[in-house]
Design a protein around this ligand. Structure first.
Ligand SMILES: *[C@@H]1O[C@H](CO)[C@@H](O)[C@H](O)[C@H]1NC(C)=O
Ligand SMILES: *[C@@H]1O[C@H](CO)[C@@H](O)[C@H](O)[C@H]1NC(C)=O
Ligand SMILES: *[C@@H]1O[C@H](CO)[C@@H](O)[C@H](O)[C@H]1NC(C)=O
Length: 818
């Protein structure tokens, strides 16, 4: 064991060293760049460099569109306004073809392009790169031209061996985006590997993902781990190059579809139903926007609610997607809390609301952290220590950890490892994950204890809370077989997480989201595409979602909203299928159901019902997608790809309902239709297996009784639900495109119509009979004493609501409508 630990500690030290160097280089680099602008460099310049400079002079004249985060509007008018704005086609979405634009745009862009082209003719790498980017991303409103872009990138890759260009060539071969080249996975892998072997981070991740998921190569854990480890090493070095406690950033990765309840909408998608359903009623926090939450918290915070102030402080300190960090506001809210508890001269308030002491200490911990890291304040270890000591008074874990860090590293205090460890242990006892990781690494590094299983234990505790460094340590221990058995599969999973989570270092998530929020779906697609190739499941899902021809992006009908024309770039269903497939391979069940749809209808591929059935079956097996079960039921009902079998169909519909009670209405409607078809099949002695548990086997029932019973079974649902046929169209998870292909629907309508007519006939006859009886009875009553006539009536009520009953209207309407 010991040599292993030595090995690992050496390795970790070298990483530390490297990170230190990287940091120093970073500082130097920024200095050098700062000087670059003012004074020209002495070193000999590449041919064509002056031309590039001249081009830049022109390009700077062009206003790049402002890429600030748009303030989200609130309320119905805000929403309407943003919808209206979205409806106005943007210039970029519908860019006219290259030639016309070149002549019309003119001005600085045209001059810059001319200069760059001249420079590119001398193989100047900057000119080639800039031209390639402008043609790919459309910077400076340059029209996109993927063929030209491909040529520039390829030239840059072959003449200069530039790894950024190799990566882009790989991307274009892999996706065939914009029709620049034929998709060719072998060449894609070749170019990606070139770039990866030169240390291009995104290419390394891409190659790793290909080996990990087996995309156009045989799966190979060894190869995957090799590349993922390289990225994870860089990622952790970057993380540690941050202020004490590690780099901080706001996670940006998310699935666009999840914002609207998943690719099949709220309730019908696996991502928003069953165990994933938002367990809340509509007017609770779960559906509130972050702006509303902040507004509300701010209101009660001003009224003196210290918990609200503290939570607001945390929200602003941590930030989240759509809410950038704001240290100034965070510190204001934290101070609001601490000032309630600590009065002048460090005196503690005599009387305070219960719980204030604990919360004030937590706020103090955050203030200490901000001073220690120089967030919102000038970095000051003395100030940090002062706040941490305050926070310690009621055992705040963050304060214990912070103080521990100060003593461990001798920041502003004399180094005191024993004291540091004592403090860290106190924090770890409260399950504070950074302290656990720090302790674990101390056990590992410094031979503090020669049993790496102790370290392992700490890392696992921290990993349960998703601590990035803990993931890295666990990956390393799995990879080298320290403290546990060597395991490539475990290591690769953790390395992948580490690599993917350091988003700002390795990915284009932030830019992609910004472009999407701006309404520039084409640019967003291009940015998500890179991340998707790198192996982010969420990006794969986004790419597929943006390309999905079957998506309805707005809940309102088309005629209300003339949909902006989808850019040509977004019309590529075969690419969508590729990314649904990759997303599903990473465990996304909704994507698997989508794949099934594509195979069923031949979207972006040739139709293949068997594959569709496979996808639906896979999605329904363990993970129980209601949509998949429903589709299987539908296929059994219509005999598409599966035997036509009404009984099985009903079982699938029932299972769909069990899986997801939010699919209640569409499934119930389908069941009603199915019952009608099954009944018709039985009546006409069809060869299809009918629903078995129907009372039609009881031969002694009269037809009217049978019909009544049949109708009543389903009527119960309507009465419970307060069914209104108007909801029919808006129902999420309705069979959507399935309905369009439904040949059986006409048949069903006819059947239901016939059944309804029968019911009315029976009803009419009964009423006539009843009326006649009534007349008889009345006549009898007039003659003699009243006679018991209710018996007969009671039996009738079992089947039909008595005439005049308000239920009758609704009951009949339900029968007619469906
Ligand atoms: C640019 O590179 C190409 C190779 O792709 C070469 O044929 C050509 O001579 C180079 N041009 C100059 C001016 O160096
Ligand atoms: C590729 O070339 C461009 C333009 O010269 C340069 O900015 C970039 O850093 C190069 N990439 C690498 C990895 O050297
Ligand atoms: C061009 O736009 C892309 C995407 O927004 C961006 O990543 C890239 O840095 C831009 N290039 C230049 C030269 O501005």
């Amino acid at each position: 064991m010991r040599p292993h630990i030595l090995w690992l500690s050496l390795l970790l030290q070298s990483v530390d060293l490297a990170s230190g160097e990287a940091h120093a280089q970073h500082v130097l680099g920024s200095d050098a760049r700062g000087g670059d602008v003012d004074s020209p460099k002495e070193t000999p310049r590449a041919p064509g460099a002056e031309l590039v400079d001249a081009a830049w002079v022109e390009l700077r004249k062009i206003n790049q569109p402002l890429r600030d985060r748009p303030q989200k509007q609130q309320g119905i008018f805000g929403t309407l306004l943003s919808l209206a704005l979205k409806a106005v086609p943007t210039l970029r979405l519908t860019a006219p073809p290259t030639e016309t634009l070149k002549s019309t745009l003119g001005g600085p862009l045209l001059r810059a392009t001319k200069l760059l082209e001249e420079s590119a003719a001398t193989n100047n790498s900057d000119a080639l790169y800039l031209l390639a980017e402008m043609n790919f991303y459309g910077n400076f409103s340059h029209p996109r031209n993927f063929k030209a872009s491909f040529d520039y990138y390829k030239k840059l890759a072959s003449v200069h061996g530039n790894s950024s260009a190799q990566h882009m060539v790989g991307l274009m071969y892999s996706t065939g985006i914009g029709g620049a080249v034929e998709r060719d996975q072998a060449r894609a892998l070749l170019y990606y590997t070139f770039a990866a072997n030169q240390g291009h981070t995104r290419a390394e991740m891409t190659v790793a993902h290909r080996y990990h998921a087996g995309i156009s190569v045989p799966k190979s854990c060894e190869n995957a781990v090799k590349y993922y480890k390289r990225v994870a090493d860089k990622a952790i070095a970057w993380y540690r190059s941050g202020p004490p406690g590690g780099m901080g950033w706001v996670p940006e990765s998310y699935r666009i579809a999840d914002e609207s309840g998943g690719v099949y909408g709220e309730g019908a998608s696996v991502s928003s139903s069953g165990i994933n359903a938002v367990k809340a009623h509509p007017n609770s926090d779960a559906y509130a926007s972050i702006e509303d939450i902040i507004e509300y918290l701010d209101l009660i915070s001003q009224k003196g609610d210290f918990k609200a102030s503290y939570n607001l402080g945390r929200l602003y300190y941590e930030g989240q997607r759509g809410l950038p960090k704001n240290f100034k506001l965070a510190s204001q809210y934290f101070l609001m809390v601490t000032q309630k508890f600590w009065k002048k001269n460090n005196r503690i308030a005599e009387s305070f609301k219960p719980g204030l002491d604990k919360i004030a200490c937590k706020a103090a911990g955050f203030l200490g952290r901000m001073h220690m890291r120089g967030e919102g304040y000038k970095q000051s270890f003395a100030q940090a220590k002062w706040w941490f000591e305050r926070g310690m008074t009621h055992g705040d874990a963050q304060s214990q950890y912070g103080l521990g860090l100060l003593y461990l590293n001798g920041y502003g205090v004399d180094k005191n490892t024993a004291k540091a460890i004592q403090l860290l242990k106190a924090a770890a006892e409260q399950d504070y994950s950074p302290a656990e990781v720090q302790l674990g690494s101390l056990y590992l590094d410094q031979g503090y204890n020669d049993d790496p299983t102790v370290a392992n234990h700490f890392f696992e505790m921290a990993a349960r809370q998703g601590n990035l460094e803990a993931y890295y340590y666990i990956a390393e221990m799995n990879f080298f077989g320290v403290g546990r058995d060597k395991s490539c599969t475990a290591a690769v999973g953790y390395y992948k997480s580490v690599a993917e989570r350091t988003e700002p270092l390795v990915s284009s998530w932030a830019e992609a989201n910004l472009a999407y929020e701006d309404g520039d779906e084409e640019l967003a697609l291009l940015e998500y595409l890179t991340a998707a190739e790198q192996g982010y499941e969420k990006a794969q899902n986004n790419v597929a979602h943006l390309l999905d021809p079957g998506q309805s992006r707005l809940p309102i009908p088309d005629w209300l909203y003339p949909r902006a024309q989808k850019g040509a770039l977004l019309e590529d269903p075969s690419l969508a299928l590729i990314f649904w497939t990759r997303s599903s391979r990473q465990g996304n069940i909704d994507a698997l159901v989508k794949m099934g749809d594509y195979y069923l209808y031949g979207i972006g591929t040739t139709a293949d019902v068997d594959k569709a059935v496979q996808c639906y079956t896979g999605a329904s097996e363990y993970h129980q997608s209601a949509q998949a079960l429903y589709n299987l039921g539908w296929m059994h009902e219509n005999g598409l790809g599966l035997n036509q079998d009404y009984h099985l169909a009903k079982r699938y519909y029932d299972m769909a309902l069990e899986t997801n009670d939010e699919a209640y209405l569409p499934v119930t409607l389908s069941l009603l239709k199915l019952r009608a078809r099954s009944a018709w099949n039985t009546i006409t002695n069809g060869r299809i297996n009918s629903i078995q548990d129907e009372p039609e086997t009881k031969k002694d029932w009269s037809l009217s009784e049978w019909i009544a019973n049949f109708m009543q079974d389903d009527m119960l649902y309507y009465e419970e639900d307060g069914y209104d046929p108007m909801y029919d169209d808006d129902m999420p998870g309705g069979d959507g495109i399935l309905g369009e292909l439904d040949d059986g629907i006409f048949e069903s309508v006819v059947i239901i119509g016939l059944v309804t007519a029968l019911v009315f006939l029976v009803l009419y006859r009964q009423q006539r009979q009843q009326a006649a009886r009534q007349q008889e009875e009345d006549a009898q009553r007039r003659q003699q004493q009243p006679q018991p006539g209710g018996q007969e009536q009671d039996r009738n009520q079992g089947f039909f609501p008595p005439p005049g009953d308000p239920n009758l209207g609704m009951w009949a309407a339900g029968g007619v409508g469906h």
